[in-house]
Design a protein around this ligand. Structure first.
Ligand SMILES: *Cc1c(COP(=O)(O)O)cnc(C)c1O
Length: 375
């Protein structure tokens, strides 16, 4: 058996998907070619692309009024591509950002190069959140406290902060925030396909594949068609949503192998029963781990219970001098990549779609055993 891989990204892929890709590595469906060797405009790759697109639309029930684009550059490139495409929609060239962790801060910083950017809300201070004192970046600002400028071109949030382990799934309706003309733009990179998306509330979502949807190299952009076509003149042609959309994600050579792999992941998800079954499994996995953390006095979880991520679970050993021993023992128990991000410290277990409940149970039993030996 392979070790369980808790990496935050690039992260574990379903073994079945890897084996499927391995089996057709040198000869895809009798074509005599690897997917890597095919023209992106040929009939074989066109079939791969069209199936991936249709499967993704079906899995997430993407409404007709949205385009689905496969792009390159990762979510980090979208930090620039989003303002380059959307900020020019309105004359004021304004955009507002909710800050709740490292990724939304990076998005905010990059956007400042392209317009009048403001912070709508931030969790970057200690705060009393529903009666609990929360450290910076361990909670999410409530929509009622966001201040959104009515003439902004968009409002940006990151709905799952991969590093801090803060998830915010209950997106507000922009009408209720008094900004009906401001589309919500959401970086969903690290919980994409782990739960359903209510598209009635969003203008656009984007996700790098390597957290939950495939290998690094392809970025999915799902954007309302009416928002496309306002790119600033300085926007690189290959990053102009209008060009990418008009060319069916083939304005230039797309990341063909990454798209193929993501397509296999979409098929695997359909076989698991789709997003609803995946979400139920993710709830069960997260509950098992958080329940264990809550019941333990040896380990601590610092994220506010209302905003705990189902995908990325940071936790700390009360006695941090045991960190190295914990990681060494985990490795020996075939539990990999549990070291927390350097900015947060401690441990982090990323439990994406490809990790079954069995992996979480293996982690918990190792943690229990470690506590027995060192507690
Ligand atoms: C990983 C991640 C990114 C950055 O992705 P890159 O592909 O490295 O650009 C951005 N946002 C979130 C939420 C992420 O998890």
């Amino acid at each position: 058996m392979r070790p369980w891989n808790f990496s935050a990204g690039p992260s574990a892929l379903p073994l079945e998907v890897l084996q499927h890709a391995a089996a057709e590595m040198t000869d895809w469906h009798g074509s005599g070619m690897s997917v890597m060797e095919m023209s992106h405009r040929g009939k074989q790759f066109t079939q791969i692309y069209e199936e991936a697109l249709a499967d993704l639309r079906e899995l997430l029930q993407v409404p007709e009024e949205f385009d689905v684009l496969f792009m390159q550059g990762g979510a980090s490139a979208q930090n620039a591509i989003v303002p380059l495409n959307l900020i020019g929609r309105r004359d004021a060239r304004k955009a507002d950002y909710v800050l709740a962790g490292i990724w939304s801060n990076k998005s905010h910083k990059e956007a400042q190069r392209y317009g009048d950017i403001a912070v709508a809300a931030s969790s970057g201070a200690q705060a009393d959140v529903d009666g609990r004192t929360q450290a910076p970046w361990t909670w999410f600002p409530k929509p009622a406290d966001w201040s959104v400028r009515a003439d902004a071109s968009y409002l940006h949030i990151c709905s799952n902060e991969t590093i801090g382990g803060v998830e915010f799934p209950d997106w507000p309706d922009m009408k209720s925030l008094g900004a009906p003309e401001v589309p919500l733009v959401v970086d969903v990179s690290s919980h994409f396909l782990s739960r359903s998306i209510d598209f009635s509330k969003v203008g656009m979502v984007y996700a790098g594949a390597q957290k939950n949807a495939g290998p690094a190299g392809v970025t999915m952009v799902i954007v309302r068609k009416e928002l496309i076509g306002h790119a600033l003149p300085i926007c690189p042609s290959a990053f102009d949503y209008a060009n990418v959309s008009a060319a069916g994600s083939m304005f230039n050579t797309p990341p063909t192998y990454a798209m193929y792999m993501a397509g296999l992941v979409f098929k695997w998800l359909k076989k698991q029963g789709g997003i609803a079954s995946m979400e139920a499994a993710n709830i069960a996995k997260a509950r098992a781990l958080y329940d264990y953390l809550d019941g333990s006095s040896f380990y601590v979880s610092t994220v506010h219970p209302s905003y705990r991520s189902r995908m990325n679970v940071p936790f700390f050993l009360k006695d941090e001098s045991l960190n190295a021993a914990f990681l060494e023992g985990a490795d020996a128990a075939d539990l990999r990549q549990l070291r927390g991000h350097k900015s947060v410290g401690g441990m982090r277990a990323s439990i994406y779609n490809a990790l079954p409940l069995e992996a979480v149970q293996a982690l918990i039993s190792y943690m229990q055993d470690f506590e027995r030996r060192h507690g």
